[in-house]
Design a protein around this ligand. Structure first.
Ligand code: AMP
Length: 213
């Protein structure tokens, strides 16, 4: 049995065409079913639905053989024990710093001010500001990061930006782009040895179906 870990939403939807290229179709709609293990048209392949931030953990410890996860999640988790063969070029966005439109970020950085930064990505944010030589107090949040500068909880946020509409709707502006993000295929290293052939076939089919840029 090959187990693939996916999260619901964009990753699930954008992985379906790649699975189809490998001759695999998920036979139940995750939005209509309450099942967490979904069968596919291949009796030896199943999909498990997990929280996006749990995908690397499932694959690392062998709860799943393969998984699809954002580079943001992967880097924040640390990629120990995970083989990362492919950039799937799906769920593309960027990790950025944003502030209230009237906050003079460039000047605060120039003055060497200590910034309060709210984010879900404390490890990535810590590394980024350390590289820049900016002192920060990091505030860990689990969602609605955009609210932090609006309520005075933080001076800045580090969050994913795709269209920029969420920032705009909350009068926030993007002041630095930390890195481009897309979803990656990750494979459990032991599974890669023990189930080499079926995993290799899936990885190769995904590779040939990745959208070309
Ligand atoms: P947008 O308004 O299109 O810039 O999207 C920003 C919102 O969607 C933020 O709340 C982000 O955390 C979230 N977001 C954008 N792209 C992604 C992605 N690829 N994966 C997960 N969340 C995302």
């Amino acid at each position: 049995m090959i187990t693939l870990a996916l999260s619901k939403g964009r990753i699930f939807e954008e992985t379906m065409p790649l699975l189809a290229a490998a001759g695999i179709e998920v036979t139940e709609d995750p939005d209509k079913s309450r099942k967490l293990i979904l069968p596919t048209t291949r009796p030896d392949v199943r999909v498990v639905l997990v929280r996006a931030s749990d995908v690397p953990t499932y694959v690392q410890y062998g709860g799943a053989d393969l998984g699809v996860t954002g580079l943001d999640v992967l880097l924040e988790h640390g990629n120990q024990g995970l083989y990362q063969p492919l950039d799937l070029k799906i769920a593309a966005c960027r990790l950025s710093v944003a502030v209230r439109a009237e906050y003079d970020y460039a000047n605060a950085v120039k003055q060497g001010a200590r910034l309060k930064v709210a984010t879900k990505y404390v490890n990535l944010a810590r590394e980024f500001f350390a590289r820049k030589g900016v002192h920060v107090d990091l505030i860990k949040l689990y969602g609605s990061m955009e609210l932090a500068p609006l309520t005075g909880l933080a001076d800045a946020i580090v969050d994913l930006v795709s269209t920029g509409n969420t920032l705009k709707a909350n009068q926030l502006v993007e002041v630095e782009r930390i890195m481009d993000i897309s979803a990656r295929l990750v494979v459990n290293q032991a599974a890669l040895k023990l189930k080499r052939e079926p995993i290799r076939r899936i990885v190769d089919a995904f590779a040939s179906a990745v959208p070309q840029t």
